[in-house]
Design a protein around this ligand. Structure first.
Ligand code: TRP
Length: 331
């Protein structure tokens, strides 16, 4: 057994990944994989809780794999796999759903938000989404889970379910800690800066995709929604400018404080165009790497196959323990 602590995280292949995934997840995963035994998952089972065109789902799954690699995930040291290729996820989710209270599931704010946003598709999968997510984590006995703060409540549920099961039977699951990175974790929509940037936003101008070319990135940032003031600073009503400060900070490595000092008395025009140029330069090499990997479908599939196999071994071991403990006849 490896001495290293273990992490697991995942991204849904429900669209092309955005700069928010880069700064909030992938950059961080890349750093963490050196220190932790790492499992990075393409959460395709989760993706179907929203309506998906099958061809898009297939294509986005490969996109996500290519983007993991373009952002520096190393398949030699980390396990990179597709959730639907590891049957234990769905199997454990069934077991754990019998340990989850209806009220407990209904309380999840993401469930409530998604239900409100798409009232015509409030399916049971949406309700059990956090249970499946808990199982993703528990199957691998992960010590830590790097996630955005919007997933904190799901992590709390994961810990509760694990503790409940351990207490009811005997020690089975490691209780995972959330690992929420301090900077760049939250990139907001360019058009509605009080909402998180989302790959499935119907307004493409609100989102910087990691596949956008330089001109597109520059145009989107220049047209981003800010306030009617002129001061490059943070504060009430200045969410748009704050978001641009964050983008400039992640793209250049400068701190928000340095940026605010640098642009004192400058106005928005120059600031916006500097942010636009900096973000374009930051994304360009990733986009090129992505293209290179995405063109090599055989390579992607081979990497995923190897990852699926490694993941299956670990996940099956945990599932077998669970099946035995709950009393499924062993023969
Ligand atoms: N729900 C996560 C998100 O939308 C994706 C996800 C699925 C995940 N399973 C996971 C993240 C397990 C961490 C661990 O961001």
């Amino acid at each position: 057994m490896s001495e290293k602590k273990r992490i697991l995280s995942g991204i849904q292949p429900s669209g092309v990944l955005t700069i928010g995934h880069l700064t909030g997840a992938l950059t961080n995963w890349n750093k963490m994989q050196k220190e932790f035994e790492s499992f990075f998952m393409i959460a395709d089972l989760h993706a179907i809780t929203q309506k998906q065109e099958p061809a898009n789902l297939r294509s986005w799954t490969l996109d996500t794999a290519a983007m993991f690699l373009a952002c520096g995930i190393d398949p030699e040291t980390s396990v990179m796999f597709t959730q639907s290729h590891v049957p234990a996820h769905a199997q454990l989710a069934w077991v754990m759903s019998s340990f989850t209270g209806m009220g407990e599931a209904e309380r999840m704010t993401q469930f409530k938000d998604k239900s409100k946003k798409k009232p015509d598709n409030v399916n049971v999968g949406l309700l059990s989404y956090p249970i499946l997510m808990a199982c993703d984590i528990l199957l691998y006995q992960a010590d830590a889970v790097p996630v955005g703060d919007d997933q904190k409540q799901h992590l709390e549920l994961t810990r509760n379910l694990a503790q409940r099961f351990n207490h009811h039977y005997s020690d089975t699951f490691v209780i995972p800690d959330p690992y929420i990175p301090e900077v760049g974790a939250r990139i907001m929509s360019l058009q509605e800066p009080t909402a998180k940037m989302s790959k499935s936003d119907p307004n493409q101008n609100a989102v910087i995709f990691l596949t956008d070319d330089n001109d597109t990135i520059i145009r989107k940032i220049k047209r981003s929604v800010t306030d009617s003031g002129s001061e490059v600073n943070v504060g009430e009503g200045k969410e748009g400018i704050e978001n641009l400060i964050t983008l400039l900070s992640v793209s250049t490595g400068k701190s928000a404080k340095e940026i605010i000092a640098e642009y004192e008395g400058e106005g928005y025009g120059k600031f916006k165009s500097d942010v636009a140029e900096a973000v374009a330069a930051y994304i360009a090499p990733i986009r090129e790497e992505f293209k290179r990997y995405r063109e090599d479908k055989d390579l992607l599939i081979n990497i995923l196959k190897k990852g699926d196999e490694q993941a299956n071994k670990v996940a099956f071991k945990t599932l077998s323990k669970v099946y035995k403990k709950v009393g499924f006849l062993q023969y």
